[in-house]
Design a protein around this ligand. Structure first.
Ligand code: IPE
Ligand code: IPE
Ligand code: MG
Length: 240
């Protein structure tokens, strides 16, 4: 794709399905966990790039509700990697005014992971730079069910009438409440599916699929994906 990024037409919200860590490692005859470790370095670079570019929201898919069904050792490794990530990155993130928000149910996480994550959220809560959403124990369907239950509860209590239930109200009950919907969703590793990511919010997102495994992704490829986004014609169901 030709041309340079138009800095005035950046996507406000970029979401990324960070996929391919295991295959990256297998290709090198390494255990899968080495791929997750390498993927953490990519994440550092991509967060910095989004922050520097002036993107408002970056959402990354870190762990899905389905990922619990992976081998126990891999799940524990990922839970520990989260702790390591928070401890290593928190000062740098804070220095760059990044505000961390979690999408997902933290209560199912190991206590120590949960505490470290919550600490990072409260440490950065007053920051006004990039909003960094981490989807953790996140599933789009679980999120919608969670919203429905809360709405049903408040309906029962007489706080919400049936007629008040509309798209805006449902959006307000999702983990992404208050966030603009993703303009661009990138998935690495060549897979072309959403895997339960932001099902409600992605209604009009532009999808960009790249072949690189997540540990091989970098700032250059992020820029290429943004350029592709800028060459799309977003119609939102209308005619030009
Ligand atoms: C993405 O990489 C990271 C997580 C899902 C936690 P994978 O672990 O899915 O890597 P592949 O897709 O098996 O290569
Ligand atoms: C999606 O990737 C979840 C994350 C990137 C955290 P998966 O690797 O779990 O998705 P599938 O299994 O290929 O659909
Ligand atoms: Mg995968």
């Amino acid at each position: 794709m030709k041309g340079a990024i138009d800095i005035n037409r950046l996507p406000k919200h970029v979401a990324i399905i960070m996929d391919g860590n295991g295959r990256w490692a297998s290709k090198r005859a390494l255990p899968r966990i080495f791929g997750h470790k390498a993927g953490m370095e990519t994440l550092r670079e991509v967060v910095k790039a989004c922050s520097d570019m002036g993107i408002k929201i970056l959402t990354v898919y870190a762990f899905s509700t389905e990922n619990w069904n992976r081998p126990t050792e891999e799940v524990s490794y990922l839970m520990n990697l989260l702790i390591e990530y928070m401890r290593k990155e928190i000062n740098e993130l804070n220095k760059n005014h990044v505000k961390i928000k979690i999408l997902g149910d933290l209560s199912a996480l190991p206590q120590i992971t949960k505490e470290e994550v919550e600490k990072a959220v409260s440490f950065t809560e007053n920051n006004t730079g990039l909003q960094f959403n981490i989807a953790l124990n996140y599933g789009g369907r679980a999120e919608i069910i969670h919203a429905c239950k809360r709405i049903a509860e408040e309906h029962k209590e007489g706080k919400i009438s049936k007629d008040e239930i509309n798209e805006d109200l449902i959006s307000d009950y999702l983990f992404t409440a208050g966030d603009i919907e993703p303009d661009l969703i990138i998935r690495t590793s060549g897979e072309k599916r959403l895997s339960n990511f932001l099902l409600w919010q992605s209604a009009y997102s532009e999808l960009v699929f790249v072949d690189e495994m997540w540990p091989d992704f970098n700032k250059k490829q992020l820029e290429k994906a943004i350029l592709e986004y800028q060459n799309r014609d977003r119609r939102f169901g209308l005619v030009k």
